[in-house]
Design a binder for this molecule. Structure first.
Ligand SMILES: O=C(O)c1cc(C(=O)O)c2c(n1)C(=O)C(=O)c1cc(C(=O)O)[nH]c1-2
Length: 232
């Protein structure tokens, strides 16, 4: 048993937010994307690789639900699965991601068969899903708190992509425009859940470590995409 006092909610929130500098917003690949410096083949590789993240998210969220004994958490978390998978075929976040893939010049088949997915991206995304399957549910929820940092980045991404890549339209970016609203509400709700359910110092530190792990997952994905793009 730790004898260290728990952090106050404000201190704990501060410790989580303090990881912002490790977020993938400052990764060189994202910076080049925002500056309009990516070549067509680099945008394609990025979209095809990130598909693997997008399509694994519902299984990650299902793992959170399967590990969670609390109906009030399961009920809200279920929303995320439906958000990505859609209530019916042809709707949802995954479909909107495929639209962006088409806009950057990828056939649907070459996205779905994952031929462009780099080993490093697969390894990182699989580690995230395994984390959610094997850790206590609140740690898996905390790992999703990168979304606290995502709203501003996605807004900037929409503006910068529209300004710099003439073949991509606002409608092609529906994935992000739709997600921006969702993420601001979800980010706050998720933070509330984590603060409410991590009450000992040990639980709080595990939550900070989970968010740190997730920053590494995202960063490693872009490292792998950057490396693959440099080889082409
Ligand atoms: O475009 C982005 O920068 C970005 C970042 C993140 C994130 O920080 O994990 C997510 C998303 N987008 C996103 O669209 C999304 O659905 C999502 C789900 C999760 C998660 O961990 O459950 N992160 C993210």
């Amino acid at each position: 048993m730790s004898t260290v006092h728990p952090m106050s909610p404000a201190e704990f929130t501060g410790a989580l937010r303090g990881l912002a500098h490790r977020y993938w917003g400052s990764h060189p690949f994202h910076q080049r994307m925002h500056a309009g410096e990516l070549a067509e083949h680099e945008l394609k590789l990025w979209a095809a690789n990130r598909w693997y993240y997008q399509c694994q998210l519902p299984q990650k969220d299902a793992a959170v639900i399967s590990n969670c004994p609390l109906p009030e958490i399961r009920r809200v978390w279920l929303d995320r699965i439906i958000y990505h998978d859609g209530a019916v075929e042809g709707e949802g976040g995954a479909e909107r991601w495929l639209r962006l893939c088409a806009a950057v010049g990828l056939d649907r088949a070459e996205v779905l068969d994952e031929r462009h997915v780099s080993p490093g991206v697969r390894f990182a995304v699989d580690a995230y899903v395994t984390f959610a399957r094997t850790k206590p549910w609140v740690e898996a929820v905390a790992s999703g708190l990168t979304e606290m940092f995502a709203g501003h980045l996605m807004q900037q991404r929409v503006a910068d992509v529209l300004a710099n890549y003439s073949w991509i339209s606002r409608a092609d970016l529906a994935y992000f425009t739709n997600r921006i609203d969702k993420v601001s509400g979800e980010g706050k709700d998720t933070l509330d859940i984590v603060v409410r359910h991590c009450v000992t110092r040990e639980q709080q530190e595990k939550a900070v470590a989970a968010l740190s792990f997730k920053c590494d997952v995202l960063w490693s994905m872009l490292d792998a995409v950057e490396r693959a793009a440099a080889k082409e």
